[in-house]
Design a protein around this ligand. Structure first.
Ligand SMILES: NC(=O)c1ccc[n+]([C@@H]2O[C@H](COP(=O)([O-])OP(=O)(O)OC[C@H]3O[C@@H](n4cnc5c(N)ncnc54)[C@H](OP(=O)(O)O)[C@@H]3O)[C@@H](O)[C@H]2O)c1
Length: 372
């Protein structure tokens, strides 16, 4: 198979995998294409829902006897473990598949080893990375490797980096098209995170409105002193809400937390020294792979200080505020030298109506420095 043919088949497998979006989680989205010896497509499969057949099994079922002697192209290494479904490596070998190309090695120690298992059964198995498959599997791979969700912050700022006027006014800096892009993003993530500063200043709802929603994200508020007003819109019934409070709240704080619980919020404790790592790790354990941060600079600064932020989406609106007292996108960091500041990578640069959308990453899909 030529590299161009393999590239086209991986693209097809990624497209198939994407159809599992909203159903496969917390499992990864996976796609599989089976081609015969002449290179003709026999079948395509994907992982529709967690607990259901894996992509390989889905594609094998559609291929039937035509899988014998065929090649399977899979976005993620076929699993070797017997979870809720049987090991895909065995299913491929049993069906007589002759060769398997996979784009991403399985990071999950309990499921890995599929390639070795295939080879032991006489099936050729080759790891051939592909950028789109790496991107597709990124949150899952990151969660399995680090025990943390993939955390992306978004904010809208002026050309000179203000996210709100000194008065706290920030609605609306960005244009309608940018805001729609944010609603789309809200409909695609597992959790939306904000801070008490934003709840008090903007009273956001943090729900995806006017767009197609693949799943309802839970809302998380970092609110150390349980100051969220009981009538805050973030407590609406449209989505579950978790409020993270200091573990050692005084009696009045505990009473405020109880009132929030009575409004339907789940109250959880922050880690030692109000660290965000513990609650975010707990979220990942709970199957949360993607988090969208929609906070002010306080929370973003804390995430950066704890090296928890993976990505930033910065909407730059075409205006200058020019006031030194204006609120900045990030605060709380205290760098002493430029050389000591971690540089992000500019991943994309797009126009959204009147705004520019800059996407930055501190980690990448194929080389995750937090784990290497
Ligand atoms: N343009 C935009 O896209 C956009 C988006 C959202 C908000 N905003 C604006 O941002 C402003 C609010 O900024 P902000 O920085 O106050 O809001 P924030 O980031 O939403 O919340 C920060 C607050 O939460 C506290 N906090 C959060 N996590 C904590 C933790 N783990 N431990 C201890 N304290 C924790 C912070 O304490 P410390 O003070 O001790 O850090 C601070 O009081 C508003 O004016 C809002 O309009 C703009």
């Amino acid at each position: 198979m030529t590299p161009a043919e393999l590239d086209a088949l991986y693209r097809r497998a990624v497209r198939a995998a994407s159809r599992g979006f909203g159903g496969a989680e917390p499992n990864p989205m996976v796609g599989c294409v089976i081609v015969d010896e002449a290179g003709a497509i026999v079948s395509t499969g994907f992982h529709r829902r967690c607990g259901g057949p894996h992509a390989e099994v889905d594609a094998l079922a559609a291929a039937g006897g035509r899988a014998r002697g065929a090649t399977a192209i899979v976005t993620l290494e076929p699993c070797a473990h017997r979870g809720r479904t049987g090991p895909c490596a065995e299913a491929l070998a049993d069906a007589g598949v002759a060769r398997v190309y996979f784009a991403v090695a399985d990071p999950n120690p309990s499921a890995a080893g599929g390639a070795a298992r295939l080879r032991a059964r006489g099936v050729e198995a080759e790891h051939r990375p592909h950028p789109l498959a790496a991107e597709l599997s990124l949150p899952f791979v990151h969660r399995v490797r680090t025990g943390l969700p993939w955390i992306a912050a978004k904010w809208a700022q002026s050309i000179d980096g203000a996210v709100a006027l000194a008065s706290g006014e920030s609605q609306w800096l960005s244009c309608a098209r940018s805001r729609r892009a944010v609603h789309r993003a809200r409909g695609r993530v597992d959790a939306i995170l904000t801070g008490i500063g934003t709840v008090l200043a903007d009273d956001p709802q943090l729900t995806a409105r006017g767009v197609r929603v693949s799943r309802v994200a839970r809302r998380i508020v970092f609110d150390p002193d349980a100051m969220t007003p009981t009538e805050a819109r973030v407590l609406s019934k449209d989505a579950p809400t978790e409020i993270l409070v200091r573990a050692d709240l005084d009696a009045r704080g505990a009473a405020r937390a109880e009132r929030l619980a009575a409004r339907g919020a789940t109250i959880r404790a922050l880690g030692p020294r109000d660290s965000m790592r513990e609650p975010l790790t707990a979220l990942a354990r709970d199957g949360v792979s993607t988090v969208l941060v929609e906070s002010g600079g306080g929370v973003v600064g804390r995430l950066l200080a704890e090296d928890l932020l993976d990505e930033a989406w910065v909407f730059v609106a075409p205006l200058v505020v020019g006031d030194e007292a204006a609120i900045r996108a990030v605060r709380g960091l205290d760098p002493t030298a430029l050389a000591g500041i971690a540089r992000a990578r500019l991943v994309s640069l797009r126009r959204r109506g009147a705004d520019a959308l800059l996407q930055y990453r501190w980690r990448t899909a194929d080389a995750d420095p937090s784990t290497s």
